[in-house]
Design a protein around this ligand. Sequence first.
Ligand SMILES: Cc1cc2nc3c(=O)[nH]c(=O)nc-3n(C[C@H](O)[C@H](O)[C@H](O)COP(=O)(O)OP(=O)(O)OC[C@H]3O[C@@H](n4cnc5c(N)ncnc54)[C@H](O)[C@@H]3O)c2cc1C
Length: 419
Amino acid sequence: MQRVSYVRSFNTWVPYPYQNNISVLPVAQQIACIEGMIDAQEERIRAKDTPQTFDQWIIRMMGKGLADLFMRPYNFKVWAYPTTAMQCKWLGERVAAPSLKLVVSNTLQRKTAGNWGPNATFKFPAYGGTGGIWKAVAKTLPKEKLQFNKKVVSVDGPGHKVHLDDGGSIEYKHLISTMAVDYLVENLKVDNGDAALHKKMLAATKEGLLFSSTHVIGIGIRGELPPRIGDKCWLYFPEDDCPFYRATVFSNYSPNNCPQADVKLKTIQYADPSTGKPSGEAEGGPYWSLMMEVSESDAKPVNAATLLADTIKGCVATELCKGTDQIVSLYHRKFVQGYPTPSLGRDAALADLLPPLQEKWDILSRGRFGSWKYEVGNQDHSFELGVEAVDRALYGSPEITLDSPDYVNGRRNTERRLK
Ligand SMILES: Cc1cc2nc3c(=O)[nH]c(=O)nc-3n(C[C@H](O)[C@H](O)[C@H](O)COP(=O)(O)OP(=O)(O)OC[C@H]3O[C@@H](n4cnc5c(N)ncnc54)[C@H](O)[C@@H]3O)c2cc1C
């Protein structure tokens, strides 16, 4: 599929990446962006230090105009922490500042720039959504080695044994764990001689690691896909007219992501409930669907009781839906650990956690929350983390994805660009 991605800004759709397409914004905002970029360019020439926080990085690379219009509000909505509380090393050394020449020339010519980045095209399973990939992978594995619906309640490090909630246990030589590393450390049993080390590790998880929760909200709608949505894939929302930071037109990824037109469903509500009360009769389709994501943390609380209604209201406010749209399906799930935050204390904390787990107790804690590195925390990364952890356990091979995120992300982008 071709990525068709926009940012909702000033009541219009700005093609992604935002900075290359400011020609569609009002002139005052175009000026703010260009002035900011000029200041940033001068600052980059003058500066002797390197930025430490994400906020400093944004100002240095993009300038204040783009920071205030897009980068700061959008990133607060995504991460649920202010950009000043985040580090910038996770972005990698290869992220280039936007081209001032391109931005100015696009703006003067009222042009918009095309696709960019590692996922300008992407594949998606025809059936079963994203999980379809991993269910297909699981089918290739020996069934007798798989156990489901059991929880690890503790790990006996010195005894090399994992204890489960059903009273069972599994002995290990090398343990590759995708449990969140904070849970793992909290439930790790160690010898008395390692009590001080364990205490330090517990402190590292509590003081150094931050995460945000993610609410995923799905809305199924009756009707033809409106032309205003067209082939849009995913959309970014930096402004405060909706609680979500991203919306995905999930039915555009596969016709099997929503019911076929002959399926009859009742209308639950109109997008704007003041439109009226639905008849209660089950009717046919066609159908289309949206998936929204909302972040939450102590720094950005969410009212769970009103979130669904607020999200639907946000869909109407941002023209994803019309008030008269018939909603036939609603879904809301909270992932308590949604995003591992690249916080200021993260790398020091991980240095206190991952090496001793491995050296002392043969535990390779890997994956999105196992190794807590957002920059190598997507599905493809997490899969590679697992493959490389096995190679390390069996052959002592180095782990490139864990130790060199900048390299693997850069290499992947280069490979994509060469195609
Ligand atoms: C809102 C959202 C959107 C995302 N969008 C994308 C995207 O567009 N593209 C992309 O590539 N990635 C995306 N991701 C990331 C993707 O979900 C992760 O990369 C992937 O799930 C990480 O795999 P993992 O195996 O490391 O961790 P997980 O998928 O979290 O798996 C860890 C497993 O360990 C189990 N577990 C934890 N504790 C215990 C315990 N005590 N006992 C037994 N089992 C336990 C959990 O139940 C879980 O099954 C998104 C994530 C979120 C939250």
